[in-house]
Design a protein around this ligand. Structure first.
Ligand code: PHE
Length: 337
């Protein structure tokens, strides 16, 4: 038998092997007791003496070549098995689920409130948290001697000439009216700062949403209609509202707005302090002195403004009893939203 063609035959046989069992069959065929190699070895005595040495060497080389080929094939079978086995990525296995984040309740309520106002034609703007004393106070008709101007009511920035952390979002009114002329309607959400001791209902930082509408013939009834639409959209159609006379230096007349208690419906409970009403915001008609500061003609234009505490609205809407929960990053709280 021609050893060269045997060599080709082995390769051919091995190519078809895809399991350890099939490999064993091929091994037996060549290296078994009655296999090809045994047959070759058995044929040596019949070879003419002068060719015997040459033939024997060829048989030996063939034999050790076979060992090598089988070993290689065994390896590659193992690799293939590993690919299908536990050691390697199982693309059919379910992945490790990633936690999907949720919006912070304050972000959620802010978005909700702003979208109610944008449906009524308001645009949404933002202002800086570091403000000038002028925008936070003077431009808003808050005179020098007004108590809220005193340092203990406001965080002033050290070595930062008359700059402060805004104590309300109302300075945005000044910025808006400096930039744009009426008619305009804008809401401004953002952080505000006051040096209050932290407790269940106070925080040195909280959020407000300012609203401002200025145009020809804007009346107090427009303010009422806009705020009623807002309150019903956020707290439900059944909610009642009332306007209580109040004082703000930058609006005249001014009013604080209450909604009927969402817990007891107005009968009186511990949440509303037995009053049946909950205060939700401050508002009023833009004071002529504020118009004067931004060079808007108060004889031609009128407008209203309001400012609400976002935490307060969220606490009422979601039944949260401690403002600190918003800022502690406790996932047990945040995951509920
Ligand atoms: N800026 C006021 C406050 O923080 C609220 C307010 C805004 C009142 C606009 C009237 C008009 O208390």
């Amino acid at each position: 038998m021609d050893i060269d063609s045997l060599q080709a035959q082995v390769k051919n046989d091995l190519e078809k092997v895809s399991s350890p069992e099939a490999l064993e069959e091929v091994r037996v065929k060549y290296l078994g007791r009655k296999g090809v190699v045994a047959e070759l070895t058995g044929s040596i005595p019949g070879i003419p003496v002068q060719e015997r040495g040459e033939f024997g060497r060829k048989v030996n080389a063939f034999k050790s070549g076979l060992h090598e080929l089988f070993a290689k094939k065994e390896e590659s079978l193992k690799d293939g098995e590993a690919l299908r086995g536990e050691n390697i990525i199982d693309i059919g296995m379910p992945g490790i689920a990633q936690q999907v984040g949720t919006l912070h309740p304050l972000t959620r309520i802010t978005d909700e409130i702003c979208s109610v106002f944008s449906r009524m034609g308001f645009s949404v703007a933002e202002g800086p948290e570091v403000e000038t004393e002028y925008n936070n106070f003077t431009g808003l008709n808050i005179p020098l001697e007004h108590p809220s101007r005193e340092a203990f009511d406001t965080f002033y920035l050290k070595d930062y000439d008359k700059k402060l952390l805004r104590s309300h979002t109302s300075p945005a009114q000044v910025r808006i009216m400096q930039e744009k002329k009426p008619p305009l309607a804008v809401v401004v959400p953002g952080r505000v700062y006051r040096p209050d001791a932290v407790d269940a209902s106070h925080s040195f930082m909280f959020h407000q949403i300012e609203g401002l509408m200025v145009g020809e013939g804007i009346k107090f009834s427009d303010l009422k209609g806009v705020l009623e639409t807002f309150a019903k959209a956020i707290f439900g159609e059944g909610i009642k509202m009332r306007f209580r006379p109040h004082f703000f230096p930058f609006t005249e007349p001014s009013a604080e707005v209450d909604i009927s208690c969402i817990i007891c419906g107005g009968k009186g409970c511990s949440v509303c302090g037995r009053k049946g009403w909950l205060e939700i915001l401050g508002s009023g008609m833009v004071h002529p002195n504020v118009f004067k500061h931004v060079a808007i003609d108060a004889d031609k234009y009128s407008g209203f403004a309001f400012g609400m505490g976002v935490e307060r609205i969220a606490m009422l809407k979601y039944g949260i009893n401690d403002i600190r929960l918003f800022f502690e990053n406790d996932l047990r709280f945040l995951r509920q939203f």
